[in-house]
Design a protein around this ligand. Sequence first.
Ligand code: PGA
Length: 251
Amino acid sequence: MRQNIVAGNWKMNNTLEEGIKLAKEVSAILTANKPNCKVVLGAPFIHLTEVVKAVDSSLVGIAAQNCANKESGAYTGEISASMVKSTGATYVILGHSERRAYYGETNALLKEKTDLALANGLTPIFCIGEVLEEREANKHFEVVKNQIEEALFHLSADAFSKIVLAYEPVWAIGTGKTASPEQAQEIHAYIRKVVADKFGASVADNTSILYGGSCKASNAKELFANPDVDGGLIGGASLNAEDFYGIIAAF
Ligand code: PGA
C-alpha cells in the first residue's frame, strides 16, 4: 500500500542555526508522539548535512528542494543529485511551481533532473499544478496531465514507482486559499488515473499523491480524509514545529 507522507518545504527560510533548531524540535515532538505517516523536511542545500544529523532518521527523512540537471562539472552555483545524496538526504523536491515560474524550469528540464535524482537513489517529490487562469478556464486536468506526461512518461513503471507526486494548485500556494476537499479529491483521482493508464493500476495504487497549498492543522484532516490524498507538501506551516506537528497529527 502507498505511504502517507507529510513533507515540509522550508523554501528560502531559516539560517543554518535556525534550521537545525527547527529540525531538532520536529524530531523531538515525533519521538514523544510517534507519527502515523512518513515525515520529511525539505531544507535549503546548505542545511542538509546538519539537519540529517539533527533528526532521528527512523522518524524524519530529509529532502533537498532542487537539484541540477547535469551530473557534474562546470556549472557554477549548481548542486548535483549525487552531492545531495552524499549529505544523507534521501528525497528531492522537483518542479515546484516557484522553480517553474521564477527560474524557468520546463518539463523537459525536469525530466533530466528526475532521471539524475533516480539514478542517484533519491526519491523525487515531483510537483505539478495549475495557475488560477488555467483552473478558471477548466484546463487544470489538461495541465497536470501534460506536466506528468512530458517529465515522467519516459520512465519505466519500475522507475516511476519510486516517485512521489505533489499536486499543488499555484493559486493556493502561500495565499491562504486552499483547494476544497472535493476539488483536491477530484484532481488527485484524475492524476491517479493518468498514472494508471500509463503505468498500470498497481503502480498507480502505490503512488503517494500529496496535496500542497495553504495546508495547515485546521484543514489537513479533511483534506487527508480523501481516498486519493496521501498527505501534504507544506510550506508556511512547516516553519514552526508545533504547527507542522498539527498537520502530521491529522493522520
Ligand atoms: P504553502 O506552500 O503551504 O505555504 O501554501 C506549499 C508549497 O509551496 O509547497
